[in-house]
Design a protein around this ligand. Structure first.
Ligand code: FES
Length: 355
């Protein structure tokens, strides 16, 4: 049977009663299955008629907010007391970090008690009289606005926030203390870097060591057309701080005919055309590693920033913000390449240059 078109396919008993009439915009209920049934009669709660029950509810809510405050204090205490590597056994979870367990437990209790207190307050003490409101146009008339404000004031009065000072004060206390948990955790962001990012392991007299062979480099080891990666003497591959130090100190070394070097400072800081630049891209810090022998351009594989090593490693293409820092080098009395100081500017992404 088709459902499209008209009512004629719908049986009579499923249609609204022809006897339903509209009066003052309200459909009268007589025989009308779609009529508004209205609100059920309001039933008073025990707290509405028994002040002792209301007091009990008030104390319960206050207790929950107080427990929340204590849990926040316990959170902060746990953070201070438990060492990060302490493991405890908790049934049925098993072995867990004491710090993580206590932080999670106390923060969970603090938040739960605020929520439970608010719910209990709303269910037992705030007004539960159901109110039906007619839909109205979006632009509110002045009288409507006045009514809203009056309703708001009435709601505030009925919530008893002014009268029930115990609840109000403990709630404000709990809400004010919970954010302290987040403030304490800021400590985990660690100490400020201070000027550590501005310095590397390079210093005057430190030898340039081939990163592949771990041998100190001599000028004759660096031939035109080759790209050599170097690290500072004394930085061992298995050192605990190897990654953090090499991330700042990594060097790439190339030899260019001195007459091909356009930048005067670059020439002054080189040794017989051997130049040493930071290997860390000034865009977001990838290792620059693709060398084009004829043009002496190096390319960062991450976002294709290209640097001209004959011209102070300035950026000739790509998103990098500034040239690769150059390390001033020379040769010591034993014939090895050595640094003549640290980099004179921060290596890596341009962000640090602004710090
Ligand atoms: S990190 Fe080198 S171009 Fe983006």
């Amino acid at each position: 049977m088709s459902q499209t078109g008209s009512n004629k396919d719908v049986s009579e008993e499923h249609l609204p009663s022809a006897r339903a009439t509209e009066h003052d915009g309200t459909v009268e209920a007589a025989g009308n299955p779609f009529a508004d049934p209205g609100l059920p009669p309001h039933e008073h709660r025990v707290q509405d008629i028994d002040e002792r029950a209301a007091k009990r509810s008030e104390r319960t809510v206050a207790l929950l907010f107080t427990v929340s405050m204590l849990a926040t204090v316990a959170f902060i205490a746990s953070y201070v007391i438990f060492p990060i590597d302490k493991i405890i056994y908790v049934f049925p979870v098993g072995h867990v970090s004491a710090l993580n367990f206590s932080l999670g437990l106390t923060l969970g209790v603090a938040l739960f008690c605020i929520g439970a207190g608010a719910v209990h307050w709303a269910r037992t003490l705030m007004s539960d009289v159901e109110v039906a409101d007619e839909r109205h146009p979006i632009e509110a008339e002045p009288e409507v606005k006045a009514k809203v404000m009056a309703d708001f004031r009435q709601g505030a009065a009925e919530s008893a926030i002014g009268r029930r000072k115990l609840i109000r004060n403990t709630m404000f206390g709990a809400l004010a203390m919970v954010p302290l948990s987040g403030v304490v955790l800021l400590r985990d962001l660690g100490p400020l870097p201070e000027d550590k990012l501005r310095h590397t392991l390079w210093e005057k007299g430190k030898l340039l060591v081939n990163q592949n062979t771990n041998e100190p480099l001599r000028p004759e080891d660096v031939v035109v057309g080759s790209l050599t990666f170097a690290k500072p003497e004394g930085l061992e591959d298995d050192a605990h701080d190897f990654q953090s130090e090499i991330a700042k100190a990594a060097l790439m070394i190339v030899r260019i005919q001195p007459e091909d070097i356009k930048d005067k400072r670059e020439l002054d800081w080189s040794h017989e055309g051997i130049v040493a630049f930071s290997k860390i891209c000034t865009h977001v810090g990838c290792p620059v590693s693709l060398y084009e022998q004829q043009t002496h351009h190096v390319l960062c594989p991450c976002h294709q920033s290209t640097f001209d090593l004959t011209d102070g490693a300035r950026v000739i293409f790509g998103p990098a913000g500034h040239a690769l820092p150059q390390l001033r080098i020379g040769v010591n009395k034993d014939g090895y390449l050595e640094a003549l100081g640290d980099f004179t500017e921060p290596v890596g992404p341009s962000f640090w240059e602004r710090g």
